[in-house]
Write a protein that binds this ligand. Structure first.
Ligand code: NAG
Ligand code: NAG
Ligand code: NAG
Ligand code: NAG
Ligand code: NAG
Ligand code: NAG
Length: 343
């Protein structure tokens, strides 16, 4: 009987030893059941929670459950178990009677660095109090989606962002304190499909058009309110692009003139929406053949420019155009039928 009682105990002890060894090899906690989370990543998330000021307890569930893969806003890869997605976007403010959820405050700290496997990071709509986008953001070499929009970020956009070669979506829009003096870093983002730098001050980034012309995958671009400097017509012939742009918003950049507008018309054929409102376009007379290529164009906003001449006849040939706005200051809307505008 003695042998029968000893064997299970012995088996149990060795099983625990094996599990502990595996646990330390993989850095995971296996002993408490189905925990997938890596301890180092769990600690990093807890540190991040400490670093943020979370007035409305949005991260209060963090740490209660042992497995960080189950924490709100955290996703782990189901094969590697590494934290690959972090979505801490602040929800839009809701009615006074609803639960109170507000932005995270504080700043983006290097605790984030331990989450090396991140492919998706959304910290948008929080309030980082005019702190900067940290230089280390460029070291997440697997990052595909980075959204830091409307987050009260300021100072110079780090050029290290140009190291994120897997990036498909980059949204730094609506941070009015951001600036970049040289957009050379953008040119490296060969996988980029979506770019929003609206409200960043790009007034010294005279290479902006050259930089974005290198984006061979870009489909949607928002550079509104960027104080984009004008492009000398003499430098335009040296710039070409094969960007498959569908949506282009360069509104509220008074330095943008007819020749820049003409540049985009010449080099793109897939545009469905163009917003060049509140720019410095004075004439539509010399747009070249570009406009005739825009057979997909549905939305064209040229309101609040300084148009001195009339509307060229070929506008009437753009059969897809459904929205065409040429109003001045009043932002009055002109709706077109499928036949187009006939003057
Ligand atoms: C991992 O998740 C993906 C997407 O949710 C799913 O398609 C896939 O089957 C999962 N793989 C495993 C091993 O569970
Ligand atoms: C980034 O987040 C904001 C909300 O905070 C959202 O409106 C925007 O569409 C997001 N950008 C992308 C590229 O998904
Ligand atoms: C970006 O890449 C350059 C060279 O390719 C390197 O020197 C630099 O340290 C990188 N920056 C980051 C933040 O990874
Ligand atoms: C642009 O350059 C001028 C002159 O060097 C400098 O004074 C100004 O701060 C710069 N502004 C931005 C937003 O880069
Ligand atoms: C657009 O193409 C026309 C030729 O059709 C050319 O005359 C004009 O200079 C081009 N404009 C730009 C900005 O490249
Ligand atoms: C408009 O299209 C018609 C028919 O395709 C063509 O004959 C005409 O030349 C075009 N007009 C302009 C101004 O491009």
């Amino acid at each position: 009987m003695a042998t029968r009682s000893r064997t299970p105990t012995h088996f149990l002890v060795s099983t625990i030893l094996v599990l502990e060894c595996l646990g330390s090899v993989f850095g995971q906690e296996i002993s408490s059941g189905n925990i997938r989370c890596f301890e180092r990543e769990r600690q990093a998330l807890l540190k991040l929670k400490d670093d943020f000021v979370d007035e409305t307890g949005r991260l209060s569930s963090w740490g209660v459950e042992m497995d960080c893969c189950k924490w709100s806003g955290v996703w782990c890869n189901n094969v590697t178990n590494h934290v690959t997605r972090l979505n801490l976007r602040a929800p839009p403010p809701i009615s006074q009677n609803g639960p109170s959820v507000g932005p995270l405050r504080g700043k983006i700290t290097s605790s984030l660095l331990e989450l090396k496997h991140l492919t998706y990071l959304d910290l948008s709509s929080n309030d980082f109090g005019y702190s900067n986008i940290p230089e280390f953001i460029g070291s997440f070499d697997k990052m595909q989606y980075l959204n830091l929009s409307s987050a009260n970020l300021a100072r110079q956009i780090p050029e290290s962002v140009g190291n994120l070669s897997e990036l498909t979506h980059l949204d730094f829009g609506s941070n009015s304190g951001l600036y970049s003096e040289n957009l050379g870093w953008v040119a490296h983002l060969g996988s980029l499909q979506y770019l929003d730098l609206s409200y960043a001050d790009l007034s010294n980034a005279s290479n902006w058009l050259l930089a974005i012309s290198k984006l061979t995958s870009i489909k949607e671009m928002h550079l509104a309110n960027c104080e984009l400097p004008g492009i000398l017509p003499s430098s335009l012939p040296s710039i070409k692009t094969s960007a498959p742009l569908v949506t282009l918003d360069l509104s509220s950049n008074p330095g943008i003139s007819s020749s820049t507008f003409s540049f985009f018309l010449n080099f793109t054929i897939s545009l469905t929406s163009i917003d060049f409102s509140f720019n410095g376009i004075t004439s539509l007379d010399n747009l070249g053949i570009g406009f005739h290529n825009q057979i997909s164009l549905e939305h064209l906003d040229l309101s609040n420019n300084n148009l001195e001449s009339g509307i060229p006849e070929f506008f009437g040939n753009m059969s897809s155009l459904m929205y065409f706005d040429l109003s001045y200051r009043t932002r009055e809307l002109t709706r077109l039928g499928p036949i187009g505008l006939v003057t």
